[in-house]
Design a protein around this ligand. Sequence first.
Ligand code: S3P
Length: 446
Amino acid sequence: MAHDAESRPATARRSSSLSGTARVPGDKSISHRSFMFGGLASGETRITGLLEGEDVMRTGDAMKAMGAKITKNDGEWVIQGVGNGCLLEPKEPLDFGNAGTGSRLTMGLVGTYDMRTTFVGDASLSKRPMGRVLDPLRLMGVQVLESASGDRMPLTLHGPKHAAPIEYRVPMASAQVKSAVLLAGLNTPGVTTVIEPVMTRDHTEKMLKGFGAELEVDTDSHGVRHIRIKGQGKLTGQIIAVPGDPSSAAFPLVAALIVPGSDILIENVLMNPTRTGLILTLQEMGAQIELVNQRSAGGEDVADLRVRASDLKGVTVPPERAPSMIDEYPVLAVAASFAEGETLMQGLEELRVKESDRLAAVARGLEVNGVDCTEGHETLSVRGKPGGKGLGGGTVATHLDHRIAMSFLVMGLAAEKPVTVDDRNMIATSFPEFMGLMADLGAQID
Ligand code: S3P
């Protein structure tokens, strides 16, 4: 388990131009859901392109502990699911490691079962707020038998004999909360409704429909989404090809933009519009990112990205864009460090409750590497130094956060002085191939 291992620092050094073709691992959000829905559905689900990061493997282990059969044959994952409503009580606590998505979605999935389920995680996950998921589950009749203070893990749930359907307005922009309520609705009689004022990634809705769930989405005249799911229906196994993760593609992408002379191709990247805020923002900053071979695969938009080194300029990123790039702010802050002028990022309150307090972790990392920045309560402004002059030379505290580690290693590839991160271990949670893939493009990281 990486999070129990001793810290392993890594250092990135100024590199000459990056070139070549890269294929990033499968999308993390879709991979978690593939294991969950495949494990729940009747019959067989076959998955290719799955992200084999630690977070997703924890979700697979949890589904196995509740009765699903999961095997891998020649690069293809094959699941025999239990059937909707038929999960078994796990004998041991479910250990989700570092994974917020795996744990929160599984709380929804099992919360409405008349059984006892305990959730544990690493030091980072144990600090993250779970009340946002437990509150709606309580309204459905779920009991939280035990929890650490402030509704944190470790915690134990016990569902009611018959869960009550609810209509729930999600109070923050969170796909995890939306998804947890919809998944709880799968094992609840009647119609469970989620009202989503600000649209977040829609993989749960799309994929559940694909598995045969009775799910409808209406968007009202204010742009508010009403998602209704009819519980206790049949789900049927599917064939899934997971596209590349845009949140992982973001690292080689920004690296190619800031390392002079670079020209790379990143293949097979998911282009779902709820996930493309970073590309839009970088293009506004002057980034040369060309979408080639745009296509539709398995119900999702996919493209190859040709990325060339670019002179970037600062922009204001509006708060309403945050849900479509919520995991990309750390690496955007790195891009902004090399841009001319100021980049202002707004609407960042959710960054405070990620794998680390990402807003603070990014600001401290920028500061120790000579970047002029201001951390507000929910904003970050970065005044860049084109060419990376004077940047680098610091050691970044990653706080068990994979995206902080990868973002600052990207910074070191173009900064004047090397950049060190205190621990590379957590990178394996979402992007185990990161070091090798970056080295193949010409990045100097050791
Ligand atoms: C995810 C939702 C987002 C995102 C996370 C994956 C998902 O979290 O940050 O990496 O797969 O539903 P929030 O729902 O907390 O915004």
